[in-house]
Design a protein around this ligand. Sequence first.
Ligand SMILES: Nc1nc2c(c(=O)[nH]1)N[C@H]1C(S)=C(S)[C@@H](COP(=O)(O)OP(=O)(O)OC[C@H]3O[C@@H](n4cnc5c(=O)[nH]c(N)nc54)[C@H](O)[C@@H]3O)O[C@H]1N2
Ligand SMILES: Nc1nc2c(c(=O)[nH]1)N[C@H]1C(S)=C(S)[C@@H](COP(=O)(O)OP(=O)(O)OC[C@H]3O[C@@H](n4cnc5c(=O)[nH]c(N)nc54)[C@H](O)[C@@H]3O)O[C@H]1N2
Ligand code: SF4
Ligand SMILES: [Mo]
Length: 703
Amino acid sequence: MTKTQHHRACHLCEAICGLTIETQADEKGHVGIISIKGDPLDTFSRGHICPKAVALQDIQNDPDRLRQPMLRSGSEWHPISWQEAFDTVAARLWDIQQRHGQDAVAIYQGNPSVHNYGLMTHGGYFLGLLKTRNRYSATSVDQLPHHLSSFLMYGHGLLLPIPDIDHTDFMLILGGNPLASNGSIMTVPDVEKRLKAIQRRGGRVVVVDPRRTETAAMADQHLFIRPGGDAALLLGMLNTLFSEGLGRATHLPVDGLEQVRAAIAGFTAQAMSARCGVPAADIRQLARDLAAADKAVCYGRMGVSTQAFGTLCHWLVQLINLVTGNLDRVGGALCTTPAVDLVASTGGGHFNAWQSRVSGLPEYGGELPVSALAEEMLTEGQGQVRALITVAGNPVLSTPNGRQLEQALDGLEFMLSIDLYINETTRYADLILPSTSALENDHYDTTFNLFAVRNVSRFNRAILPKPEGALHDWEIFVGLAQAFAARSGKELKATVPPAHIIERGLRAGPWGDKNAVGLSLATLAEHPHGIDLGPLQPNLASRLKTPGQRIQAAPAVLLDDLQRFAAQPPAEAGELLMVGRRHVRSNNSWMHNYHRLVKGKPRHQLLMHPDDLAGRGLEDGQRVRVTSRVGSIEVEVLGSVEMMPGVVSLPHGFGHARHGVHLEIARAQPGASANDLTDERVLDCVSGNAALNGVPVQVAATV
Ligand SMILES: Nc1nc2c(c(=O)[nH]1)N[C@H]1C(S)=C(S)[C@@H](COP(=O)(O)OP(=O)(O)OC[C@H]3O[C@@H](n4cnc5c(=O)[nH]c(N)nc54)[C@H](O)[C@@H]3O)O[C@H]1N2
Ligand SMILES: Nc1nc2c(c(=O)[nH]1)N[C@H]1C(S)=C(S)[C@@H](COP(=O)(O)OP(=O)(O)OC[C@H]3O[C@@H](n4cnc5c(=O)[nH]c(N)nc54)[C@H](O)[C@@H]3O)O[C@H]1N2
Ligand code: SF4
Ligand SMILES: [Mo]
C-alpha cells in the first residue's frame, strides 16, 4: 500500500482553493482517495476549504456517474463504443445540417465549461466545425451584463475590474452572497476572513439584498431592496455623487462623462426611492459614505445581473467606481494581470451583429441569449432548431421556463449530451458521452485566474489515473471533430493537448518569456502550492481595447435603456416577488447526489417572511403551491425573518423527481425547480440576459 500526497486546486467553484489530497494504491494498483483537506501552504487560499471539495471523492465513486458512452432507445440506455458514438453523432448532425441548414444544430455550454480547461481549450475544435449561429450558454442566465458593460466601456468583455478586497476600506456588495457562493467574478478563497479583515482595519462592509444573507449578517450595514430595484438605487447614488460634487479625479482617459451627468439629472435619490424601496436618505448616505472612504469599491453580482435592468446596473457600478476615483486604483476595482492573458490574446468581439430568428434577441460574442432556445426549437419555419448538443449543462433546471424547454427537447430529431450523468436534461439525449472526472484531469484555470483578487497562477496534474477506455472532455471533442470532418469532408487542422496550449499562453503572457519570472509549465511544476504574482495593480489604461484607448462612459445603447427604465410602470401593491439563493453545500443543479452534501435538514424550501405567511393563512413548514405566469410548483415553505416582506426566496437546481433521472440520492430529496416558475420572456432587454430574480408569484396552500 503506497500513500501519496498531492497538491492541487479545487475547481468546482470560482474560489480555486488549494487542496491536499492523499491517495493510496492497493495491491491490484487501484488508486483511491484517503483524505481531502485544505492546503495551508497554498499561496492564495491559505488552507480554506468548503464541504464541496470533500465531496470530490463522492463524484469519483458515484455509482450513478456514467463511465462509457450511452445510447438511448426509448427509456432504456445501452453502452456503445466510442467510435460508434462519434460516427453516429457525425452522421446525424451532418444529415440534419444538409436537410435544414447549419443553424438547425444548436449548442448549449453549461457552467463547468469554464471550470474544466479541456472544455475551454478544445470546445471550439468540434463546435466550431458546425458553424451554427445557434450557440447558447449559461452566460445569459448569469453574468452576460458584466461582459457587455465591459465590452461597451472598455472594449473587451473580459476586462472586468475586480474588487481589491484586501486593500479596500469600504465595500458595497449588491446581489452577491459570497459567504455562500465563495465569491463570483471575484475569485476569493476564504472570503469571510478577507471581509473581516476590512472591518478589523476600521473599514466597512455594506450589503444590499432582499434577504438578510449570511454575508449581510456579518456586514456593518444591510439594506433591504425590492428585487429588480438596483438600477434605481445606483442611479440615485450616482445622481447624489454628481449633484453634491462628491466625485474624485481619475487618471483614466474617459469620454462621455458629461453626457452621463446630463442623462441622469432627473434620477434623484428622492425620485428613485419608491422604485427600489430604499429610503432616499439611505441612498444619499450610501453615496456619501462611499465617496468619503479613502479606498472604496462598489461590487454587484448575480442578483444584480439577472434582473430586467442588469446591464444598466453593471454600467452604473462601473460609473460609481469611476466617478469616485476608485476605478483602477489600489483598494478600489482593479483588473488582473493574468499569466494566460485572454484579453491580450483575443479581439474585443462583437455585439448585436445578428439576432435570434424568432424574438430578435442580440448575439454577444457569437452567442444568443438562452431564453430564446426553446422558441427556436418550437417555432416552425426556415432555420428552426432540430438538433441540440449540450456540454456540461443542465438547462432544464437552469434556464427560464424549464418545462417549455423540456417540451422542445422532446420534439428534437437528435440530441447529444457531453455529461457525467443522466439528469433532468440529458435524459432527453439520444447519446450521452461522459468524460473523465475532475481528479483524473490536468487543470489550469484560464478563467478564474483572470478574476482573482491577487495575481496567481498554478498548474494541476491529474492525481488519479485515467481509467482504461475513458476519455477526457477534450479528447471527446477531438473524436467528434474527426468523425464530423470525415463525414462532411471539411478540413480539420491537427491539435495539441490542453497543456501545450497553456504552455504557449504562459510563455506569451505578461509573466512569461519577456518577464523576469519566466513563467512556464516547468516553473509551475516547481510550485505545487501555486505562485503568487503579487497584489493587483492599476493597468486598465494600457489594456483598454476601445478605439483611441479611452473609456466610453456613455454607450448609446445604455443611454437609450435609461428611457426604458424611466417608462417602467411602478410595482403593484401587494406583489410577491421571488428571488434565488445559494447554499455552501450545494452547487447549481448537479451536486445533490452526494450523501455528505445533502445529509441533514433539507435546503430547498421557499423562504417567506412570517407576516406574508400570516397574511395568507399559511403555516411554517406546510406545503404550498407557487404559481407564476409560466407554471406552478409545490414546495415546503419556511417562515424566515431574513426575508424582506413581499419577497420569497427559492434556490434553483432542484426538481430531481422527474421521470427517468438516474440520480438516486438526489431523487430522495428532490425539491422543485425554481426555473419552472421563471419567465423566459422577462429579460434584460439590452443583453437578453434572463431576469431570474424578481419573478412575480402567488403562494397558496396546496389543496
Ligand atoms: N433561477 C435561477 N436559475 C439559475 C441561477 C439562479 O441563481 N437562479 N443561476 C444560474 C447560473 S449563475 C448558472 S452558472 C447556471 C448553471 O447552469 P448549467 O451550467 O446549465 O447547469 P449546472 O447545474 O452547472 O450543470 C452542470 C452539468 O455539467 C455536468 N458536469 C460537471 N462536471 C463536468 C465535466 O467536467 N465535464 C462534463 N462534460 N460535464 C460535467 C453535470 O453533470 C451537470 O449536468 O444556472 C443558472 N440558473
Ligand atoms: N455553494 C455554492 N457556491 C456557488 C454556486 C452554488 O450553486 N453553490 N454557484 C456558483 C455560480 S455558477 C455563481 S454564478 C456564483 C454566484 O455567486 P453570487 O453572485 O454571490 O450569488 P448568490 O449566492 O446567488 O447571491 C445572489 C444574492 O442576490 C440576492 N438578490 C436577488 N435578487 C436581487 C436584487 O434584485 N437585488 C439585489 N441587490 N440582490 C438580489 C439574493 O438574495 C442572493 O443573496 O456562485 C458560485 N458559487
Ligand atoms: S470554495 Fe469549495 S468548491 Fe469552491 S474552490 Fe474552494 S473548496 Fe472548491
Ligand atoms: Mo454561474
